[in-house]
Unconditional design. Structure first.
Length: 157
């Protein structure tokens, strides 16, 4: 038997049409954690997982040279990860519904907040711009190209 962990997230963004830059204004999440044995640690896991999902949606991408397969962004100078400047304060709500399948009623809480991030950002960007982007990360270059009809990527208005 297993216990399903449910995560809900919502974000509000501002998109600069002149640059394609996305500013993440608000981020809120709720997660069914089972029994929160250590609520502060659970909240930290929720926030860390959400940051990873948001990073995948906005900036993290391995870039390879097609001919050789050589990694073109192998270090932290070229492979961007978010800093505190890139992300707003988060609101996290722990929903406690203990499960009989986990230790002391607890559920896994490290990975579930990662998964919704890309879809949450795609929806927030669609709300802000009318564009439904389908290829993360949603970088300023990709958003600018989509806004100005220059993108070879699939999107819809």
């Amino acid at each position: 038997p297993s216990a399903t962990t449910i995560a809900a997230q919502i974000a509000r963004v501002r998109v600069d049409p002149g640059t394609g830059q996305v500013e993440l204004l608000e981020f809120h999440q709720a997660l069914d954690v089972g029994k929160a044995i250590n609520p502060m640690a659970v909240e930290g896991q929720m926030e860390g997982g959400a940051v990873q999902g948001l990073a995948w949606g906005l900036m993290e991408e391995m870039i390879y040279e097609p001919a050789s397969g050589r990694n073109l962004n192998p270090d932290l100078l070229d492979y961007r990860i978010p800093t505190s400047y890139d992300l707003p304060m988060q609101t996290s709500v722990l929903v406690e519904e203990p499960t009989e399948h986990g230790p002391y009623g607890a559920k896994g809480i490290g990975e579930p907040p990662i998964s919704p991030g890309i879809a949450v950002l795609a929806s927030a960007i669609a709300d802000a711009t009318g564009l439904r982007l389908t290829r993360p990360p949603f970088t300023p270059e990709r958003i600018y190209q989509a806004l100005h009809g220059e993108s070879p990527e699939p999107w819809s208005a």
